[in-house]
Design a protein around this ligand. Structure first.
Ligand SMILES: [Zn+2]
Length: 306
């Protein structure tokens, strides 16, 4: 179990307690400051209390100091030809049929990818996201963590276990290298999906964190507290939201001061809320900046309470 799980304090990752039925997230649902924006960075002055209490613009010499989750792992730039690899994971208590997996791809994954492509176009970025490979009947040989909020832990080895089943020992990096070549892709996005309720999270590094897995998302067919009767497409915005985390996007629903600001400036931003109908979501210039679609620093992220 030690190999598969890691405590929040040891590894940077992003948890999302997002649900389309909520307008925005109640901060009380979130575990302390676990998802705050600049937990590990020493490259910015934005987290200094002095900067928050004195109303001045944080100093920076490079815009990357303001996007501390950007380009830290295997996912570097959300542009060009990006191959999406899907692993539909069974476990001791849940499994996928081919039909269920197909339905999830059509109703949840593809609308999420189309949203990202369309938003890339809005921001002048060329992006082609293709479901390059789908694996079903993958088996996750442990108990997947379905809620970091409840356990304080996340599962980090779903792609490693998939790699093992595909003959790569436990080397997800070898799998990544082969698939980069096979699909002639600029980037690879790994999505592992469980046929159960859970709170999606993105396994992505933070600065100064020990990290030896390729970036990927752990997704669930339904939100943690869903009754399973969500309309088709209800998870599409979650899929898009989690992929954005892999590329450096930050949550806007926490901390509370940021949520308040974001609610005024980016009320429909997909990093603030994930709508049941993804067409209600947008991707504003702050998220575009965080993922490198733009190098222009939006004024709002320089606000002391951002
Ligand atoms: Zn999130």
């Amino acid at each position: 179990m030690r190999r598969r799980l890691i405590l929040l304090c040891l590894l940077g990752f992003t948890m999302c307690v997002l649900c389309g039925c909520q307008w925005m997230i109640d901060r009380d649902l979130l575990p302390g400051d676990g998802t705050t924006t600049f937990p590990d960075s020493d490259a910015t002055t934005m987290s200094d209390e002095a900067d928050k209490t004195e109303n001045h613009v944080p100093a920076y010499t490079d815009v990357n100091e303001l996007r501390t989750d950007y380009q830290l792992g295997s996912c570097q730039d959300l542009s060009g030809n990006v191959a999406v690899i899907l692993f539909f994971m069974d476990d001791f208590e849940s499994s996928w049929t081919l039909e269920e997996a197909d339905k999830y791809i059509v109703e949840e994954v593809k609308p999420g990818l189309e949203f990202l492509e369309q938003q890339a176009g809005v921001h002048g970025v060329e992006l082609n996201l293709t479901v390059a490979q789908t694996y079903v009947s993958m088996y996750y040989n442990d108990e997947v963590i379905t809620s970091m909020a409840l356990t304080g832990m996340v599962t980090i080895d779903t792609v490693k276990q998939a790699a093992y089943q595909l003959g790569y020992s436990y080397s997800d990096e070898a799998l990544l290298a082969d698939q980069m070549q096979e699909f002639q892709a600029d980037e690879i996005v790994y999505l592992t999906v469980f046929h159960k309720n859970g709170t999606a999270y993105a396994i992505n590094p933070k600065r100064e964190a020990e990290f030896d897995v390729v970036e990927h998302c752990v997704l669930f067919a339904w939100d943690l507290y869903s009754d399973g009767n969500d309309p088709g497409g209800a998870q599409a915005s979650v899929v898009a939201h989690e992929i954005l985390h892999l590329y450096g996007a930050e949550d806007f629903y926490t901390p509370y001061s940021r949520k308040t600001l974001a609610s005024f400036v980016y009320p429909d931003d997909i990093m603030l809320r994930t709508a049941y109908d993804i067409r209600e979501n947008q991707l504003g210039d702050a998220t575009a900046f965080y993922i490198g679609w733009s190098d222009e620093v939006p004024d709002v992220i320089l606000k002391p309470w951002w």
